[in-house]
Design a protein around this ligand. Structure first.
Ligand code: ADP
Length: 471
């Protein structure tokens, strides 16, 4: 079937978090399974885009109220990613370094959605499914159904996959005139809590709704960031599908970003070699267990707990553990984490920023990966940790609940229930004990490395979703 994915991120073209990983991987596996897959994202000013070659396949104008933005659609020439990649080039709005975080994000992503539909509507073929990801593409199902311009796409099935329900793309009705002319009797569909809400609109209009883990789907029916009643209403057309991981990109035996490669047979020496190098880079002690964190430094990730939990754990286990943190986000948390370096020199360090290669090196060189998340729709870090022989320490929530089972229940990781400093420290303490029990440590690492989280097994679940009859 012909599948078109529309998203804000796609690794390695542009990535901020897990959305990028999923949109860079799922299409490749769908393509390998014999489907014709296209991915459409905005044209940002990124290294991948500047390095590769593109052909212009369509040009037009987006009319956003009184503004007219020229745009063109560019196709990457050789399908280097294993699927057809299309970029929507709107120079005035997207020739910037960052994916998000600008004052005009509403205008940017609305223009992106309209330009994408303009192009899809102009093609002679109509896709079998249009797969939208997160709120940046949330108005697409509505515009396909009710905007007069896109009539050709009216009966094409749509999917909205929710990778993050906190950000919903809300804006005031004063910007309603940005939208292309549509059937005004449907205007209330756009509304949630007196605002235009892109994610809520997608949930109402898409043929099917999916979340990136089954547990997250259950959770948002009770606590859905203001959308719980809506999630309950659409339960009949909703599915929770656990993400896979790209086992070609995330393969410790071949990963070029690592200092040393290893397999599930050679992981003891391989991991130690990576750990020694990482520790020398960050002034840590390679003879002691290394607990790491990788991610956005935000409350949703439990990152606000890290400064106190790290200080407490390092004091209680003076010189017996290392902690290393990679991330960026809330400036207050960044500063607190940076200030700790002076107090725990030789056993603690932090890298503030985004660094893909360093993330791979940390998954490989660490003994434990901390994920004290308050919210985790799926979480990919714990799956990468497993694959690299690193034991995840997680709070039981969302996808973490679906993937990590506590070692007390013969599982593969360490779990706690509360996003609290005490629970994080207690789990670190359990990690210290496990580290001393070399036989169990080896066994649990091996179990993790052998889990199959590949997209091959998940791919068919999406095809079933596209074929779901909801009426
Ligand atoms: P999110 O909610 O951020 O999308 P996920 O667990 O789904 O969380 O995915 C996070 C992805 O982003 C992983 O690939 C992780 O390695 C990566 N990542 C997060 N922060 C950083 C960082 N500072 N540097 C490099 N990679 C990062």
């Amino acid at each position: 079937m012909e599948i078109v994915h529309i998203a804000a991120e796609c690794y390695p073209v542009a990535k901020v978090g897990g959305l990028g990983d999923v949109v860079g991987a799922l299409p490749k596996y769908q393509n390998n399974a014999g489907h014709q897959v296209r991915v459409v994202i905005p044209h940002y000013d990124t290294e991948f885009i500047n390095k590769n070659e593109f052909d212009t396949v369509y040009s037009g104008f987006v009319k956003l109220g009184n503004f007219n933005f020229p745009f063109n659609i560019q196709k990457e020439k050789i399908d280097i990613l294993g699927f057809e990649l299309y970029l929507v080039h709107i120079p005035e709005l997207f020739d910037r370094n960052e994916v998000y975080g600008y004052e005009d994000d509403i205008e940017r992503f609305l223009s992106f959605q309209m330009a994408t539909l303009d192009w899809l509507n102009s093609r002679s073929e109509v896709p079998d499914t249009i797969h939208c990801h997160d709120h940046h593409t949330g108005l697409i199902p509505f515009m396909m159904k009710y905007a007069y311009k896109f009539e050709k796409l009216r009966s094409t099935p749509t999917v909205i996959t929710i990778h993050n329900a906190i950000y919903q793309g809300q804006f005031g009705f004063d910007k309603l005139y940005y939208l292309p002319e549509f059937d005004l009797s449907k205007v209330t569909i756009l509304e949630w809590d007196n605002k235009i809400n892109s994610l809520a609109t997608a949930i109402k209009c898409a043929t099917v709704v999916s979340t990136v883990s089954p547990s997250f789907l259950n959770e948002i029916n009770n606590f859905g960031y203001g959308l719980e009643s809506l999630f309950n209403q659409v339960r009949h057309k909703s599915r929770g599908i656990l993400n896979g991981i790209d086992t070609e990109v995330w393969n410790p035996a071949k990963d070029k970003m690592l200092f040393a490669n290893y397999s599930s047979k050679t992981f003891e020496n391989g991991k130690q070699a990576n750990k020694v190098k990482l520790c020398s880079q960050f002034d840590l002690d390679p003879t002691k267990p290394l607990f790491s964190f990788i991610g956005r430094l935000l409350e949703e990730k439990g990152a606000d707990l890290l400064p106190h939990a790290a200080a407490l754990a390092l004091s209680e286990n003076y010189k017996e553990i290392n902690i290393l943190i990679l991330g960026s986000g809330n400036t207050g948390i960044e500063n607190q984490l940076s200030h700790l370096v002076a107090s725990f020199k030789g056993n603690y360090n932090v890298f503030i920023g985004y660094n893909e290669a360093l993330a791979h090196q940390i998954y490989a060189g660490s003994d434990f990966l901390l994920m004290p998340s308050r919210v985790e729709p799926c979480g990919l870090n714990q799956m990468y940790a497993f694959r690299y022989g690193t034991i995840p320490i997680v709070r039981r929530t969302g996808g973490l609940k679906d993937t990590v089972i506590d070692i007390g229940d013969d599982g593969n990781g360490i779990c706690h229930d509360q996003p609290s400093i005490e629970d994080v420290c207690y789990s670190i303490q359990r990690g210290v004990s496990l580290y001393k029990d070399k036989k169990s440590l080896k066994n649990i690492r091996k179990i993790g490395m052998n889990i199959d989280y590949s997209w091959e097994s998940v791919c068919q679940e999406y095809i079933n979703l596209y074929n779901l009859k909801t009426n």
